[in-house]
Design a protein around this ligand. Structure first.
Ligand SMILES: C[S@@+](CC[C@H](N)C(=O)[O-])C[C@H]1O[C@@H](n2cnc3c(N)ncnc32)[C@H](O)[C@@H]1O
Length: 236
């Protein structure tokens, strides 16, 4: 019951603030978002009220995941307003993306990674649905390098998790992206005065690092050959 009240409160705050915040960061978003071209297949995780829909060309195939059904009417209205022709919205979490393997050119996440329950599972799902060398477009706040700000982030963490739908201000997203087999090809650090302890923010693009996976396969093949060689030596 209490959880429901908090969730409703967060939803109301998102509805009244998301458009205003988006207007203040529009100039930064335009460049990486312009990498999405007509004909591409895109999956957005944590659509919110749909502030990103206007950045995409109208001839893409858009799949949006938003577990909070309170936002679905607003998303559908925005979808019509911006003229996205092929768009489908799922009441799903990013831990279980209802799309086929290797079917998506772009996954987009803006201020969603901080709230998901299981980041490892989400990255597995993103890797699964992305085509080889598919891209992840991200805009997220991360843990600060400054000792003082980081201390504030850790102090605020429990409150933020309760009051802002599980939002973790201390996420080390750069490490998480790299550890999950993605290579960052574009990144910009941004600080917003009004975001207080939710700074710095990173805006960028990461590519599903196919070569890294291939290297991993080569490494295991090399390991197996070395093992066999050692066993033969022992037999001799
Ligand atoms: C801070 S809001 C950001 C919304 C939007 N991306 C934006 O930039 O305005 C985070 C969104 O992620 C959604 N969300 C939370 N957990 C999620 C999960 N596990 N999978 C997908 N979306 C999730 C929330 O319902 C919320 O709409």
């Amino acid at each position: 019951m209490f959880d429901r009240v908090l969730e409703l409160n967060f939803s109301k705050r998102l509805i009244s603030n998301a458009v205003k915040f988006d207007a203040s960061v529009k100039e930064y978003k335009t460049n990486p978002f312009s990498e999405v071209k007509d004909g591409m297949v895109l999956c957005e995780i944590g659509v919110g009220i749909g502030v990103n829909l206007k950045y995409f060309p109208s001839d893409i195939t858009y799949f949006g995941l938003e577990p909070n059904s309170l936002f679905h009417d607003l998303i559908n209205r925005e979808k019509k307003r911006v003229g996205l022709k092929n768009a489908e919205i799922f009441k799903s979490e990013a831990e279980n993306i209802p799309l086929d393997d290797n079917s998506v050119d772009f996954v987009v996440s803006t201020f969603t990674f901080c709230s998901v329950k299981n980041q490892g599972k989400v990255f597995n799902e993103i890797s699964r649905v992305l085509k080889p060398e598919g891209r992840l477009l991200f805009f997220e706040h991360i843990v600060s390098d400054s000792y003082l700000l980081r201390a504030v982030q850790y102090i605020m963490r429990p409150f933020s998790k309760i009051l802002a739908s599980n939002c973790d201000p201390t996420q080390d997203l750069l490490t998480i992206i790299s550890k999950n087999g993605f290579k960052i090809i574009k990144i910009r650090y941004l600080n917003f005065k009004k975001s207080f302890f939710l700074n710095p923010n990173i805006l960028g693009v990461a590519i599903k690092a196919r070569t890294f996976l291939e290297q991993k396969q080569w490494r295991s093949l090399l390991g197996a050959s070395l093992n066999l060689y050692c066993q033969l030596q022992t037999i001799n």
